[in-house]
Design a protein around this ligand. Structure first.
Ligand code: CMC
Length: 429
């Protein structure tokens, strides 16, 4: 909706009138699309001030620490919903009725197995490869196995691809883990819930099927919910950019996985644990805080800070509570890593540098701690983020494909390289 106008004064040119768009909530947005006709572009590295799309899926108020999915607060979803219901909500816009939920859960369960040949595909990777490296390849390769659902212009194909991705990601993540430790791959069990099934495929073996703890399954499900979507972050924007070319959904999600891997984004959960190990002892906390504050040192406090949240990360609040429950259940309160984490959190929150720059623990600070306590190796933390986020990526991709305003993503640049010059023969250089 555009009811206001912004006026842009460019020296030596006539004023430009730009529409100001108003969403249902959140700041107004200046529509600069007509600016190119004046021979100007906007310059915004890192998209600090640029909305790249319209969306109805997720809303974040970074100052107030608010995160809503389709209008519902993340705290309520984490407490009252479950992951598959949240997936339905993200994909379809509304919470399902009991009948719709049962149907959706059953459809997802019908797609949990992966093509048998995918196993031999895994054998092409080194066993000591990082699971995210294998995930990028295997998920991208799904388009070679499920090419009966690749017509992006067919809503039924889009639906099937979305369900396949949500259903198969836990199977793939667990396969990648089992492959890396040389254990037999576990088939999914459709009598279990989504999170129980994932824990079963990760930690059981054909010779020992242990029951899954309901508390750990609940904690796992909550971790999935807390990572399910997060508006136009780097990996989601990557998925949208790749999708804007008409690329198939499996290829787009593989692109998202690659973008997520970086330590400034989803790779931070693994980086937190690496950092805590490096700190090693509570007596070293001050030294590492000083490193994080030193402009000449590239070290950053992993699990701290966020581009959008400048007060607190609402996911971190819920995750912290979950971490306390799980650590209590597993009796690991005296674990040295946890002691370092607690001391680091306390010291950073009391430090004026972090307060002034509005740096608070983000979701990844606590998720690594809880995942480690549950028995996951650090290299699996980011694949777990990827499997949880797949529903967000695919919901955003579906929204984009259905958007009549869709255009191929193609940013411009401020060129400051050499101007036109003639080629110089090699003997004259
Ligand atoms: N430790 C120390 N200083 C920091 C940190 C940190 N973790 N984060 C930001 N700063 C400083 C930064 O040096 C800069 O200082 P100055 O203004 O003096 O140059 C200032 O705070 C602003 O930081 P920025 O890097 O310009 O902020 P950004 O919005 O571009 O980056 C971030 C956000 C999350 C990439 C960054 O805070 C960071 O690298 N944090 C550590 C990695 C991390 O935990 N990432 C997970 C994010 S949450 C999960 C997800 O969504 O993927």
């Amino acid at each position: 909706m555009a009811d206001k106008k912004a006026q842009l004064i460019i020296e030596g040119a006539a004023p430009v009138e730009l529409p100001v768009l108003t969403g249902t909530v959140g700041p107004d947005v200046i529509d600069v699309r007509s600016l190119t006709s004046t021979g100007h572009f906007t310059f915004d590295p890192g998209f600090m001030s640029t909305a790249s799309c319209e969306s109805k899926i997720t809303y974040i108020d970074g100052d107030k620490g608010i995160l809503l999915h389709r209008g519902y607060p993340i705290e309520q979803l984490a407490e009252k919903s479950d992951y598959l219901e949240t997936c339905y909500l993200l994909l379809n816009g509304e919470l399902p009725t009991a009948e719709q939920k049962a149907q959706f859960v059953s459809t997802v369960k019908n797609h949990t197995m992966v093509h048998e040949q995918l196993k031999s595909f895994l054998n092409g990777f080194r066993r000591d490869a990082h699971p995210m490296a294998i995930m990028c390849g295997v998920v991208g390769a799904l388009s070679a196995f499920y090419h009966d659902s690749l017509d992006i212009n067919d809503p039924h194909h889009r639906e099937i691809s979305a369900v396949r991705l949500v259903a198969k990601m836990p199977t793939i993540a667990a396969m990648v883990y089992k492959y890396s430790i040389g254990q037999p791959l576990m088939y999914p069990r459709n009598d279990l819930s989504y999170s129980e099934n994932f824990l079963h495929m990760m930690f059981n073996t054909p010779c020992e099927i242990k029951p899954i703890s309901p508390v750990l399954a609940k904690a796992m499900d909550r971790i999935f919910i807390l990572h399910a979507d997060h508006e136009q972050n780097a990996s989601t924007s990557t998925v949208r950019l790749a999708g804007s070319t008409g690329a198939n959904p499996f290829a787009c999600i593989a692109a998202g996985i690659a973008a997520l891997w970086g330590p400034a984004h989803g790779g931070a959960n693994e980086a937190v644990l690496t950092m805590l190990d490096e700190i090693g002892d509570v007596s070293n906390v001050e030294k590492f805080l000083a490193k994080a504050k030193d402009k000449n040192d590239p070290f950053k406090l992993m699990g701290f800070g966020h581009r959008v949240y400048k007060n607190f990360d609402p996911r971190a609040k819920v995750m912290k509570q979950s971490a306390d429950e799980v650590l209590d259940l597993l009796g690991v309160e005296n674990n040295p890593t946890l002691q370092v984490a607690k001391e680091l959190e306390k010291a950073a929150l009391a430090d004026p540098y972090f307060a002034e720059k509005k740096l608070f623990p983000n979701v990844d600070f606590y998720s690594g701690i809880i995942l480690e306590a549950m028995g996951f190796p650090t290299s699996m933390f980011t694949p777990i983020f990827a499997l949880s986020r797949t529903v967000g990526w695919i919901s955003q991709w579906k929204e984009m494909i259905g958007d009549p305003q869709l255009k191929i993503g193609r940013p411009r640049q401020l060129y400051n390289g050499e101007t036109l010059r003639d080629y110089v023969d090699i003997e004259n250089r």
